[in-house]
Design a protein around this ligand. Structure first.
Ligand code: NAD
Length: 348
């Protein structure tokens, strides 16, 4: 197809901050429709971005036959149902992170997309940078056998988990999107560790076999601080430390270290910089290209459009995204049971 026709489902904070501004300014896609469970919101957003059609029901949108693909930016626990409806209608799908909140749902989306020959992508923005490509090549080709990974993600997300946002503004998510487990699944795990482990599993091309996890909810309904230790399928170990309490003047830290038998790699997600240290004492670094933002919020939607028109690769494919959901599913089970848990239902 030359220029894919797209719809955005869920017209809340992230869609209006990232995907809609990205697509209205991009001639590689035609933004045809928006859809939100709140009809008033869908209409207002359609007017604001000059989109012809607005829907308040996903089944009506997919039945209308107006689009080739959809971008799903609804709360976490709705991702599976919305994405499945689109795939069943023969549409390509980009789903925001996390792909779903359960392992079986995530692998099901991958299976349905693959058997129908449809593209499935996830909203892992960090994977859409020049440095992410450098990291993926270096981890797979330069550092030798992977020995262990240390991953850390601190952010100021605790205010989202507390649900203190003002729902009347378009610049903040609905207060219940991240604070109510019925919408969010978990807190820091599904909102942030998913970015971190999404990168680790995409870069390494590996899956996790078993994970042990501790969570601290700090009085809220969802987890705020997470600690995890895990073992990859085929060998290699890893740890995750993550907190949503980096508010005020505290600097967030979001970084991953990969240690191999021939070298190691330090990746800083916030600055989109990375350095490869080789066993022979040499090193090489990557940083954003001139004019490339460290966090390219516009990139996933445009990459998805380019994927559909055959002009670019899938930089956040469904399989590693599903492996990330499966990892988190096991991590949450581990925290609940107090015992290490196997990661479920990997596909071949
Ligand atoms: N990649 C990133 O960096 C990034 C950043 C922020 C948010 N996100 C993701 O974006 C998604 C949306 O988050 P948000 O902050 O915009 O939330 P939000 O609460 O601002 O918006 C969600 C919207 O979805 C609508 N909605 C809910 N259920 C629906 C359904 N079944 N069908 C249609 N519309 C429905 C709601 O009415 C609301 O307008 C989440 O998955 C979140 O994790 C990604």
């Amino acid at each position: 197809m030359s220029v894919p026709r797209l719809a955005v489902i869920g017209t809340g904070w992230w869609a209006t901050t990232a995907h809609l501004p990205s697509l209205v300014d991009y001639d590689g896609a035609e933004l045809v429709a928006v859809c939100d469970a709140r009809a008033d919101r869908a209409r207002v957003v359609a007017e604001r971005f000059g989109v012809r059609h607005s829907f308040n029901d996903v089944s009506a949108l997919v039945a209308a036959g107006l689009v080739d693909g959809v971008i799903v930016a609804t709360p976490h626990t709705s991702h599976h149902e919305v994405a499945r409806a689109a795939l069943d209608a023969g549409l390509h799908v980009l789903v925001e992170k996390p792909l779903t909140t359960s392992a079986s749902d995530a692998w099901e989306l991958v299976a349905v997309a693959e058997s129908a020959g449809l593209h499935l992508a996830a909203g892992y923005t960090y994977q859409h940078t020049r440095t992410a490509g450098f990291v993926q090549r270096a981890v797979r080709e330069e550092i030798g056998e992977l020995v262990c990974v240390a991953a850390e993600f601190a952010s100021g997300t605790v205010t989202l988990f507390a649900g203190t946002e003002d729902p009347s503004t378009a610049t903040e998510p609905h207060p219940l999107t991240y604070s109510d487990p019925a919408n969010a699944g978990g807190g820091q795990g599904h909102a942030q560790v998913t970015h971190l482990m999404g990168m680790v599993l995409w870069a390494t091309g590996r899956q996790v076999e078993e994970v042990s996890c501790y969570l601290d909810h700090r009085g809220l309904a969802v987890d705020v601080a997470d600690a995890m230790a895990f073992r990859f399928v085929g060998g290699g170990l890893g740890t995750v430390t993550s907190t949503g309490t980096a508010v005020g003047g505290q600097p967030p830290h979001q970084r991953i270290r990969y240690y191999g038998t021939n070298g190691s790699l330090e990746q800083d997600l916030l600055s989109a910089r990375a350095t490869l240290y080789r066993g022979d004492g040499t090193s090489i670094s990557s940083e954003p290209a001139v004019g490339e933002p460290a966090y390219p919020t516009y990139a996933p939607a445009r990459c998805f459009a380019d994927l559909l028109s055959g002009r670019g690769p899938n930089l956040a494919p469904g399989r590693p995204a599903a492996a990330t959901t499966a990892f988190l599913d096991a991590a949450y089970r581990s925290a609940a049971s107090g015992a290490p848990q196997r990661v479920h239902a990997r596909m071949g």
